[in-house]
Write a protein of this length. Structure first.
Length: 103
């Protein structure tokens, strides 16, 4: 399943490189759109044992050490259909790769 992470890196206690390492550890693959925008892929059932969806786990647990009360971070699942975007060719190619658990 594909997700997008949106954050204001200036409100986090980490660099873009540190954030990238954390996303790489959590995801099966990712694509950096900017320091503040990331596409990532992870199986829907990866965090099933925590009873939370992967996009929530990333924000609530995986990135928690980097957050402050002023942090601006959100993550959401990207639906397979019904969204509109303007992305680079590399980002579109990333989203076109089928995942084993795609609906």
């Amino acid at each position: 399943m594909y997700y997008m992470l949106c954050c204001d890196i200036a409100t986090l206690r980490c660099s873009s490189a540190e954030l990238e390492r954390k996303i790489a550890e959590f995801s099966t693959r990712y694509h950096k759109l900017s320091d503040n925008l990331w596409l990532y892929c992870t199986p829907k059932d990866k965090t099933m044992q925590y009873f939370v969806a992967p996009e929530k786990y990333l924000v609530l647990y995986a990135l928690q050490e980097y957050m402050t009360p002023e942090s601006c971070v959100f993550s959401f699942a990207i639906p397979k259909n019904g969204y509109c975007y303007q992305l680079s060719d590399a980002a579109r190619e990333f989203l076109d790769i089928d995942e084993p658990d795609d609906d």
